[in-house]
Design a protein around this ligand. Structure first.
Ligand code: S3P
Length: 442
């Protein structure tokens, strides 16, 4: 069902919040647990549509998964043995489900067909098909130009030394998961460091991948050891509130129990460069570092975001573009062509929506230039069915004169159930500055 949000200008955020579990880590926890040799309890799981697509896929492959409560699962690992599903596996909107699962299915002695929604059906899959085919799987894309649905005929795999042309954690993970089933050493080398959750989780499940510069290797055939896992809060969900607070000189926000993996915290470095005051406190460095972020807002200034920093901020670029619009001076986003093949063409969607709010933007092939600092005005904006576009522009609406309407906000359920409740709280806060409710960090 289509739903819209109406947003108006809000007071500075003075709050202490938590965000739901990390999406990337939740997918991987379910998959690694399913591959392991026994039951694993996963706490802090993100119960969003994308991650539930992974749970549904694993169940369709014969894995028993108990839902203890909203965010706690027990996954019964079957040592890498799966059953042929009785029908297609629907990955919904989730690129991570389709690409990572392809790596596992490439090694199974049966054929699986993976489908997705209209957005996922437009996303490129050759990036995983090619390395997995080199390992011995037969994968056919039924859509034009390597688009889904995918028909994966799995079988015995050979190890692979793979030089990935894209800095994509999904590609790296698909090859490493396939490598778990191949006799010998599989290595993936990427052009820039992408998020390293799969490597960390393999290590946590005692598979011991070897990391050297931009390469990761694993030895197959191995069965991950079943272990319980705690998923930290998603910094990509916190990103919306970090910008809402960071761009307001009277704001102060504390985000607790959030993931602080350095392959994901690029947004903090960008906000510091733009003038916000940020403090991180790591309280737990288990499989994934986790802790608190305290941010104090400022009048932001423009910055350049590009190069090796891009994979680290890839999902935060929509809301960082909003920060750029709120900052004085020019913000340049470059080397981010990947944005064109996300849930929607995010470069076009961001530029179009910023322009509708009165911002001067020049769109480039791999990014954009934003002339920041002009007052934003309310407008009717599309989500383009993309969760991060909907949420980024909800944050823009908190700073705009007049009313902002975001249409098609139901897509937010793919990554951040409860975002609308947090947004309501932000809108309800009194407009006069309040006593900070931030507790002191030790
Ligand atoms: C993800 C990796 C990134 C990211 C996506 C989740 C992952 O995609 O944009 O939201 O969980 O591995 P790419 O690997 O395609 O860059």
């Amino acid at each position: 069902m289509m739903s819209d949000w109406k947003i108006r200008k809000a007071a500075a955020i003075q709050a202490e919040i938590t965000v739901p579990g990390d999406k990337s880590i939740s997918h991987r926890a379910v998959m690694l647990a399913a591959l392991s040799n026994g039951p694993c309890m996963i706490r802090g799981f993100l119960p969003s549509e994308d991650c539930l697509a992974t749970v549904g896929a694993m169940r369709a492959l014969g894995i028993e998964i108990e839902r203890v409560d909203e965010t706690t699962l027990v996954v019964h690992g079957e040592r890498g043995h799966f059953k042929a599903p009785s029908g297609d596996i629907d990955c919904g909107n989730s690129g991570t489900t389709m690409r990572l699962l392809s790596g596992i299915l490439a090694a199974q002695p049966f054929t699986t067909r993976l489908t997705g929604d209209a957005s996922l059906s437009k996303r490129p899959m050759r990036r995983v098909m090619e390395p997995l085919a080199k390992m011995g799987a037969r994968i056919v894309a039924e859509g034009a130009d390597g688009r889904p649905p995918l028909r994966i005929e799995g079988g015995k795999l050979e190890p692979l030394q793979y030089l990935s042309p894209v800095a994509s954690a999904q590609v790296k993970s698909a090859v490493l998961l396939a490598g778990l089933f191949a006799h010998g050493k599989t290595t993936v080398t990427e052009p820039f460091q992408s998020r390293d959750h799969t490597e960390r989780m393999l290590e946590y499940f005692l598979v011991h991948p070897k990391k050297k510069d931009l390469s990761v290797s694993i030895h197959g055939v191995q069965t991950p050891e079943s272990r319980d896992f705690v998923v930290p809060g998603d910094i990509s969900s916190a990103a919306f509130w970090l910008v809402a607070a960071g761009a307001h000189p009277e704001a102060k926000l504390l985000v607790k129990d959030v993931g602080l993996n350095t392959t994901r915290t690029g947004i903090l470095a960008v906000l510091v460069r733009m003038g916000a005051h940020v403090r991180e406190v790591i309280s737990n460095d288990g499989a994934e570092p986790m802790g608190a972020i305290e941010i104090t807002g400022a009048n932001l200034r423009g910055t350049v975001i590009g190069g090796r920093e891009i994979p680290n901020v890839i999902d935060e670029l929509p809301v960082l573009a909003v920060a750029g619009a709120l900052a004085q001076g020019r913000t340049v986003i470059k080397d981010a062509k990947e944005l064109r093949v996300k849930e929607t063409d995010r470069i076009a969607a961001i530029a179009g929506n910023l322009r509708a709010m009165g911002v001067e933007v020049v769109e480039t092939e791999d990014g954009m230039e934003i002339n920041g600092g002009a007052p934003l005005h309310g407008a009717v904006l599309e989500s383009f069915g993309d969760h991060r576009i909907a949420m980024a522009f909800a944050i823009a609406g908190l700073f705009a004169e007049g009313e902002t309407v975001i249409t098609g906000t139901e897509c937010v359920a793919t990554s951040y159930p409860g975002f609308d409740k947090e947004l309501e709280l932000a809108l309800k806060r009194p407009r006069t500055p309040q006593t900070p409710v931030i507790t002191h960090l030790h």
